[in-house]
Design a protein around this ligand. Structure first.
Ligand code: COA
Length: 258
């Protein structure tokens, strides 16, 4: 697929989505949001894609935030609409995707960039990455889910401090507080990400989709019940029969996504 603001490539079942505005540190303007929305639809719908990674073009930034230049003319309803549309078109869509989507954070992940990384199913970071929610510097607050997802990932006290101070944290600090799962060198970031996705891609696709659904419900009133229901549904899949049979026969399972 061709996009104005993204590079999109598929290799070995992995879609690599690269936000491609390096001269603006890959800031999320309206066009990027529109393109990302279409790219995630493609990830969900294209049977050649098993999983995806989101990263940023250039050596400096994953995404340095929402495009601040688009904020100058907005009023109350336009501001709310910007947040609502972005959340449903991109951030919630990524979180609830039917296939694993991870963030490879290769530099600044600030504001909407940190929020974009957080809506992915998990995150890897290069050791030059910097994370932060600096919106209060602009008289703003996070609008793409940052107050909610940061709290879920690092706890209330840390989320409060990061959103109140606008302080940036480095990759090691992000690792220590559970914001990212792995830190590696910038040169090794994509290789390490793809190594993990290759492992994931060898698993049963319908089971992976159900894992995403269940983990996303963690902490909600319906979390345990969702797990019970989806666990049951696994027994109707060919892949579950194949997985269990392969174990009994001491061979590697071959999953078809059925
Ligand atoms: N929106 C729009 N443009 C942005 C941007 C953003 N969030 N972040 C960076 N840019 C642009 C800069 O305006 C500059 O454009 P120009 O060359 O046309 O002037 C270009 O990207 C390079 O950024 P610059 O500030 O010169 O790089 P730097 O290395 O000096 O600083 C940052 C890097 C990330 C510290 C700094 O760009 C910054 O603070 N960005 C805003 C972060 C933010 O507040 N994000 C939350 C937004 S809600």
């Amino acid at each position: 697929m061709e996009f104005n603001t993204l590079l999109f490539a598929i290799e070995n079942g992995i879609a690599t989505i690269t936000i491609n505005r390096p001269d603006k540190l890959n800031a999320l303007n309206k066009d990027v949001i529109d393109d990302l929305s279409l790219a995630i639809d493609e990830v969900n719908n294209n049977p050649d894609i098993k999983s995806a990674v989101i990263t940023g073009a250039g050596p400096k930034a994953f995404v340095a935030g929402a495009d601040i230049s688009e904020f100058t003319t907005l009023g109350i309803s336009e501001g709310a609409e910007l947040a609502r549309k972005g959340q449903s078109m991109v951030f919630d869509k990524i979180e609830n995707a039917a296939k694993p989507i991870v963030a490879a954070v290769n530099g600044f992940a600030l504001g909407g960039g940190c929020e974009l990384a957080m809506c992915c199913h998990f995150r890897l970071a290069a050791d030059n990455a910097k994370f932060g929610q600096p919106e209060v510097n602009l008289g703003l607050i996070p609008g793409y889910g940052g107050t909610q997802r940061l709290t879920a990932l690092v706890g209330k006290g840390r989320a409060m401090e990061l959103c109140m101070t606008s302080n940036l944290i480095n990759a090691g600090e992000a690792l220590a507080m559970g914001l990212v799962n792995h830190v590696t060198t910038p040169e090794n970031l994509m290789e390490k990400t793809k190594e993990i996705l290759n492992t994931i891609n060898s698993k049963a696709p319908l089971a992976l989709a159900k894992v995403i659904q269940c983990v996303n419900k963690a902490g909600s009133a319906t979390g345990f019940e969702t797990e019970i229901t989806l666990f049951g549904e696994c027994f109707a899949t060919t892949d579950m029969k194949e997985g269990v049979t392969a174990f009994m026969e001491k061979r590697k399972a071959v999953f078809t996504g059925q």
